[in-house]
Each structure stands twice: as C-alpha cells, then as structure tokens.
Design a protein around this ligand. Structure first.
Ligand code: HEC
Ligand code: HEC
Length: 427
C-alpha cells in the first residue's frame, strides 16, 4: 500500500471513530442496551433479547464474522428454524426475524388508499410499535417465560444500577414498587415501570447500532462506489416487473424527506402477503401452520371471508445474507433456495414435504395455507439459473459494515455511513 493511501485510510478511520463517538447512545438507549442483554429478566436467568437477536457477529463466513445479524446465532449455525426458550425443551414455532431496521416499520394500520394492512411488529403485526413488541417476549411462555409483569419488575429491583438509571432517565423509583406477592391485581406502579422497561429497549433499537446504512448498496446509492456486473444485473432483475419483480414488495427505490434528503429504501413496503411457503415439518413437535395476519382474533373478527389468512409481513431484506433460514417458518434454507422458490413454485413439480430428498430440486410441497396464495406476482418467473444467481449476488450487497468487509479502496475501513442523518421515525 502506498504511504499516502495508508495515511488517508488512517485519517478516515479516525473520522469514523469520531463519528461513532458522536453517535454515542443516549442515557435512555444505554439503559435499553443493558435490559436488552440482561439474562436475569428470564425465568431461568439464561435468556435475553440478545439470545435471539444477537448483537455479536456469527462467524459463518468471512463477511458474517464481522457483522452482527440481530438474529438467533443457533439458527444460523444449525439451520434450525425456531429458538429455544428459557425453559428447557420449550421452543417457539416461528423463525426470529432480524431486529435491525425494525424501527422503520410504521405503526400498524389499515391503508384506505391501497386497501390493505401496513406496518407493525412481528410476522403478523400484532404489536403496533417497538415498545409494545418489547413487552411480549418476557411473558411469552416459549421465550423468556416470566409469569407476569410484576415478577419482571421485581428482577429489575434486584439491580442497583437499574434503581439508579430508572430514577435518572424516567424519574421512576423502583423501591416504591411493593415486593412481589400473591395479590391478583398488581400495584399500579408495576404497569408504569414495565412500560418504561419496554420503551428503553425500543429506544435502543432506534439507535445507530441497529440502523447503520453502511451496506454496499448504500455506498453505491451515495455514488461512492459501484456494483460489479453481476450485482448490477441482479438489481435490474430484482426491479423488473417482467422478471424477478421483487421490488413490487421489497421496495428498492430511495425516497426523499420533506427537506429533500435521500432516504435509502428499506426493501419492504411493510405490507402482508401469502407467498405460499410450504409447511416446515422439521420444527420440533410439528406445530399447526401459522395463519399470520388473518389468524389474529382482532383481524379475523373484521375478516369473515378469511382474506388475510396465511399472510405474513414482508420483511426487510437488509442484512438478509446473514440471517438464514428464511421465511416465517424458516422452511427455505438459503437465499439460492428462496429465489428458486419464487421462480419455480408453480412449475417445478411436487414433493410431499421439506424432508423429501427432492425438496427444492424436483419439487415443492403444497403451500401450508392454501387461501390467498399470491399467483399474480410470483411463483412462475421464468428466470434462468444465471438470473437467479444474479439476484442472490445483488441481495448480498445489502449487508452492513461494507467498509469493514468490502475490501473496496473507495470505501476503506472507517468510512462513515453516507446516510448518517437518516433516523427511524419516533412513534
Ligand atoms: C426465544 C427467542 C426470542 C427472544 C428471547 C426474543 N425474541 Fe424477538 N422474536 C423472536 C421470534 C420468533 C419473533 C417472531 C415472532 C412472531 O412474529 O410472532 C421475534 C420478533 C421480534 C421483533 C419483530 C421484528 C419485525 O420486523 O417484525 C422484534 C423487534 C423483536 N423480536 C425484538 C425482541 C426484543 C426487544 C426482545 C427482548 C425483550 C426479544 N425480541 C426477545 C424470538 C425471540
Ligand atoms: C407480493 C409480494 C412479494 C414479492 C413480489 C416478493 N416478496 Fe419476498 N417476501 C414477501 C413476504 C410476504 C415475505 C414473508 C413471507 C413469509 O414468511 O410467509 C417475503 C420474504 C422474503 C425473504 C425472506 C425474509 C426473511 O426475513 O426471512 C426473502 C429473502 C425474499 N422475500 C426475497 C424476495 C425476492 C428475491 C423476490 C423476487 C424474486 C421477492 N422476495 C418477491 C413478499 C414478496
């Protein structure tokens, strides 16, 4: 390396560190980080949010070992679709999505113009925002398994640092919450503290840690580097309505805010669809198919014809190369398999289930929820093998921390995000 280049890279990397320091977490976000990583907040003191949405890279390959994926490391290592809970032998029934960029999902709502549901958290959108979402896992018997809010708040009270920080950040006195007892109605203070516990975690998830905008795609969008030929071809196919048609749901176009700043795309429109995924019979205890949006009692009550059955949230494709397996039930093992599924779902042939040796090669099993399967936009794309490969190559440009792993002299280590000003909406 030339001396000058070395010096330039050194300067840039200092600039990068300076920027990271500037973007230090607020007090509330720091509290949220402690809570996010605290295993004491689960029944057997063995699980935290980070157990299933890890802040650390999982070294499955040279790129991945440098970039956190915010999913369950065990799933990546074993290909397993679901996560173990705090109680031994209890597992969930759905694939943990990444917690990165979740902060950009709008509040769950019905869009009158489009005539469909948009936004929310979880595969079925049942939590309106991050705060409401964070209240769920502590009490989920298949996850952190705490019996009630009061017991979670009691665990907070054990910790001197939390007593200090809740006072400092929220003016809440944890000592004022009565000790846990058998009263059927918890003291009013419990709900207040529990709400703020979730709010702090949501604030942490809104920080730069989860929303970096440092993928190769972002640097290309900012004009700082270029795609390779195959990545470029992949993007064109991804966008082409007569080819991959992926961008019909996984939006790839940047938008601008009211001040004219570029907002990079999130690769989702946050709507719901049934792409016809087959059942994943490898999930422990072979649970019944998940009915998604239409399976929610509140939605079902408004949907007598079952128009929302089998629909799951269009997930962001940012960092998608890091987060196998794919889909709400993790039935698709790789990105290659996922694109092949979109391409040939309706043309390949049929196999009984995903344990069949011909799965994804000679055929696909039937969709696990037959209603509302999307036949208009996907399932028979007519892509060649090379075109499938190009779409996969493009999706690999959506992995963050490109300045660390890209070995691209136009974007050396330490290069700041070109979109450092883009922040998730505060609900
Ligand atoms: C045992 C594993 C597990 C634990 C622990 C866990 N999660 Fe999750 N997380 C999941 C699974 C599985 C889903 C999808 C569940 C669903 O859609 O019903 C999910 C969904 C989410 C989502 C929704 C993402 C989106 O785009 O819709 C967010 C955000 C999230 N979790 C954050 C958290 C936080 C914060 C905690 C701690 C309070 C936590 N999770 C604890 C497994 C886990
Ligand atoms: C009609 C809307 C739609 C179109 C078109 C579409 N997708 Fe999706 N995509 C979805 C939905 C909905 C899900 C979640 C489905 C589920 O889990 O049941 C999804 C999930 C995915 C996932 C897995 C996400 C995760 O977190 O596990 C990948 C990868 C993906 N899509 C890539 C693509 C590609 C590549 C194309 C184009 C070939 C494409 N999608 C076209 C709606 C769409």
């Amino acid at each position: 390396m030339q001396k000058q280049t070395a010096l330039l890279m050194l300067c840039l990397s200092f600039a990068g560190e300076a920027q990271e320091a500037q973007e230090a977490l607020t007090d509330e976000q720091q509290l949220g980080k402690l809570l996010y990583e605290d295993q004491n907040l689960s029944l057997n003191r063995n699980q935290s949010c980070a157990s299933c949405h890890s802040l650390k890279p999982v070294p499955q390959n040279a790129v991945a070992k440098q970039v956190p994926a915010f999913v369950d490391p065990e799933n990546i290592k074993t290909g397993g679709a679901v996560s173990a809970g705090s109680i031994p032998d209890k597992t969930g029934t759905l694939n943990a999505p990444t917690a990165a960029y979740a902060a950009f999902s709008p509040l769950f709502h019905w869009d009158d113009v489009e005539g469909l549901y948009v936004g929310g958290q979880f595969w079925n959108g049942r939590a309106s925002d991050l705060t409401e979402q964070a209240k769920g896992p502590f009490l989920n018997p298949l996850e952190m398994a705490m019996p009630n809010e009061w017991s979670v708040v009691s665990r907070l009270k054990e910790n001197k640092n939390y007593r200090k920080l809740f006072r400092q950040v929220y003016q809440l006195d944890l000592n004022a919450v009565p000790p846990l007892n058998n009263a059927t109605t918890p003291p009013a203070a419990v709900a207040d503290v529990y709400q703020h516990l979730a709010k702090a975690i949501g604030a942490f998830e809104q920080s730069r840690v989860f929303n970096k905008f440092t993928s190769k795609f972002d640097y290309v969008l900012a004009g700082m580097t270029q795609f390779t030929a195959i990545e470029k071809k992949g993007l064109a196919l991804f966008n082409d309505a007569d080819k991959g048609n992926c961008a019909a749901c996984h939006i790839s176009e940047a938008s601008t805010d009211k001040d004219g700043n570029i907002i990079p795309p999130m690769f989702t429109d946050f709507t719901y669809d049934n792409i016809g995924l087959p059942r994943n019979v490898k999930i422990p205890n072979n649970p019944e198919p998940n009915l998604g949006l239409g399976g929610r009692t509140d939605i079902a009550a408004l949907d007598p014809d079952g128009n929302e059955l089998g629909k799951h949230k269009v997930m962001s494709l940012r960092n998608i190369a890091l987060t196998p397996p794919y889909g709400h039930n993790g039935v698709l093992a790789t990105l290659e398999q996922t694109v092949h599924f979109y391409n040939t779902r309706d043309t390949l042939g049929t196999v009984s289930d995903n344990q069949d040796a011909g799965f994804a090669k000679s055929g696909w099993p039937a969709p696990e929820v037959a209603q509302n399967v999307n036949h208009d936009e996907l399932g028979n794309l007519g892509l060649t093998a090379d075109e499938e490969k190009a779409i996969v190559a493009f999706m690999k440009t959506l992995t963050d921390d490109y300045q660390k792993w890209g070995k691209d002299r136009r974007v050396p280590p330490g290069t700041p995000s070109p979109f450092a000003q883009v922040k998730p909406p505060v609900p």
